[in-house]
Design a protein around this ligand. Structure first.
Ligand code: M6R
Length: 619
């Protein structure tokens, strides 16, 4: 939701913090701010709007003696507003009334109204509408009692309810940043004589790839001498050290005009990397990281997938795949609804939480609820060391590399790929597949990266389509079977990037209501299943005929060589031939490109669409 950076070292803190904020801006971009500790005081600057507004303000005030430029300890924040509109005052950092403490925060402090009233009664004048400002005042008060910033932070955290990552600096400690986390992300970067704190490793990837994962309810202190971690009561704690397996270049645009296009282009590699090393010579899937008891997995009688947004659509694809491969009933739940409807879970239910970031609060809460009910939880996640895998019983990592654009693309294809692996693994384990069958499907999956590349090699038709449809304000998407979640995903991409009213429908459902929306010239993108032994393809053509009869302009995505679709397509986009269950891997790509292109033509910022943030760390 918000991006957080902290630094202690020898370099000018402002440079390090701003560089970190540039890499974290995808987490929130309503406003941004920094604070440094210099000469016994805190110096801060903050601005509403994107990071460039802050950078302009900093450039205007820059002078040789400005402590903002010379200090070597600092914190920075890029905001996605929850409490109070995105203006200069509500931007972080928030300073205590006496200016001794500066605080930045990600998350929501649920008891902030009580704390605010308490402070107001005590005569403190609150300047902003945020929940964060109370922490700055409380922290200054606690520091007055303990004269120890970490102890003050622990005392304040014990009073806070909700989810939060906090970083604080205090004017008497020119070489110290203290952080705290509860249900919200915070990682430590360890360099040589310099230490970093960040919402994720992108914050410091340009400086170090050595990181420490913090646990729940921990307080961390970084100084030039090292890192100290405790729980909220002061008991010493250990973080888990790890090495980040990607570098700064992976988190850059690499010559593309935006991250989204780069990440769309990364997809063959993302799928290949997610498959890499996961099958041995005997056709056994080597999902070592699962470390789940095989007897327990054999005894599963239900799979429940929980996820949000694009990850939820990956879950919808997975339902078809898992039920087909394993014959285990599979439900897919919006994580935000899951725990509120009292779901039926037992120790024989496998809950699969899908999340690119591993930090989505709705999904995290669903994971916790499933654990409380005694179910085993498996995370499918792209972010090493993030909260959801850490709180799950097992994890199957996707290896898509960092996804920076707010709209998920390679994250989705990697999630879908991981679901195929999971389905094959469970199917083999439970005796539904022989090794040679697994090998055959793995071979088909192994061809997917080349098929995706084929879609990417010629984007001219999709670009022309985007130009043609750029003035439309309603666009529909139709699919059947695994093409239905693809239609939903295509519509979501268009909504979030182009702010167009786009809806995805199951083709067979259209005649039960939504067909009333169809009018002369309405563009409908139709994901046509490959021809096979089932009737999917022909049923889809019937659906397309129904909408054409009512004036729809049909844009059909169909496999190459499918001549039967030609009479029903105003525009035909061909897809490489793949088996029906694998079609989402190729059919999603033109829809991503279409949304990206159309939004770009409309002049929108595709990496940072309005009102959104990359990882949604509030419920
Ligand atoms: O990080 P997650 O996969 O848990 O995120 C879930 C959704 O918030 C995310 O997929 C969102 O819908 C994207 N903006 C879609 O492009």
């Amino acid at each position: 939701m918000c991006g957080i950076v902290g630094y202690v070292g020898e370099k000018p803190a402002l440079d390090v913090v701003l560089e970190g904020l540039r890499r974290l801006e995808y987490r929130g971009y309503d406003s941004a701010g920094v604070a440094v500790v210099a000469d016994g005081s805190i110096v801060s600057e903050k601005r509403a709007g994107k990071l460039t507004n802050l950078e302009k303000a900093l450039a205007e005030r820059a002078s040789a003696n400005d402590p903002l430029g010379t200090a070597t300890t600092g914190i920075g924040h890029t905001r996605w507003a929850t409490h109070g509109p995105p203006n200069d005052v509500n931007a972080h950092p928030h300073l205590s009334a006496d200016g001794s403490v500066a605080v930045i925060h990600n998350g929501i402090i649920e008891n902030f109204a009580t704390l605010r009233a308490e402070l107001t009664d005590a005569g403190v004048e609150l300047r902003s509408d945020t929940d964060t400002e109370v922490v700055a005042h409380l922290l200054a008060g606690a520091y007055g009692m303990h004269h120890d910033l970490a102890e003050a932070m622990r005392a304040v955290c014990r009073r806070l309810e909700g989810a939060f990552t906090l970083l604080a600096v205090q004017r008497d400690h020119p070489e110290m940043v203290v952080g705290a986390r509860r249900s919200s992300p915070l990682v430590v970067g360890t360099g040589d004589g310099e230490y970093f704190l960040g919402s994720d490793v992108a914050a410091f990837i340009a400086h170090t790839r050595d990181a420490i994962e913090l646990g729940q309810d921990q307080v961390v202190t970084i100084t030039r001498d090292g890192v100290t971690i405790t729980d909220f009561n002061g008991a010493p704690a250990e973080g888990k050290r790890y090495h980040v397996d990607w570098d700064a270049a992976a988190a850059e645009k690499g010559g593309y005009p935006n991250f989204m296009l780069k990440e769309i282009a990364d997809q063959p590699q993302a799928v290949a990397d997610t498959l890499l090393g996961r099958m041995d010579a005997r056709g056994n899937l080597a999902l070592d990281e699962l470390r789940m008891n095989e007897d327990e997995l054999r005894a599963i009688d239900k799979i429940v997938i929980v996820a949000c947004g694009t990850a939820y659509y990956a879950g919808l694809v997975a339902k078809y795949v898992l039920e087909h491969y394993t014959r285990i009933p599979c439900e897919v739940e919006l994580a935000s609804e899951f725990r509120y409807r009292d779901p039926i879970l037992t120790h024989r239910t496998l809950v699969v939480a899908i999340s690119q970031s591993g930090e989505t609060m709705d999904t995290l809460m669903a994971v916790r609820h499933a654990g409380e009910q005694g179910s085993r939880v498996l995370a499918i996640c792209n972010t090493n060391g993030s909260t959801i895998p850490r709180e799950s019983d097992a994890v199957l990592y996707t290896h898509a590399g960092p996804e920076i654009a707010v709209a998920s693309t390679k994250g989705f294809l990697a999630q879908v790929t991981a679901c195929y692996l999971l389905g094959l693994y469970l199917g083999k384990l439970r005796g539904d597949f022989f090794a040679d069958e697994v090998r055959a499907i793995m071979a088909q999956l192994g061809e997917a990266p080349a098929a995706i590349q084929q879609v990417l090699d010629d984007t001219s038709q999709v670009e022309a389509l985007a130009r043609e449809l750029a003035d439309n304000r309603v666009i529909l998407f139709l699919g059947r079977h695994v093409g239905f979640p693809v239609a939903l995903e295509g519509a979501l991409k268009l909504k979030e990037l182009a702010y167009i009213h786009a809806e995805g429908f199951a083709a067979g459902e259209l005649k039960h209501g939504p067909i009333a929306l169809v009018e002369e010239g309405l563009p409908v993108l139709c994901v046509v299943p490959p021809r096979g032994r089932d009737q999917l393809h022909d049923k889809m053509i019937s659906g397309i005929q129904e909408i054409r009869a009512r004036g729809a302009r049909t844009i059909c995505l169909a496999e190459e060589g499918d001549e039967t679709i030609v009479p029903y397509a105003d525009v035909l986009l061909t897809l490489p031939k793949v088996p029906v269950l694998l079609q989402p891997l190729v059919a999603t790509v033109p829809l991503q490109l279409f949304a990206c292109e159309l939004a770009t033509l409309m002049g929108h910022d595709v990496d940072q669409p309005r009102n959104l943030a990359k990882s949604v760390t509030v419920e």
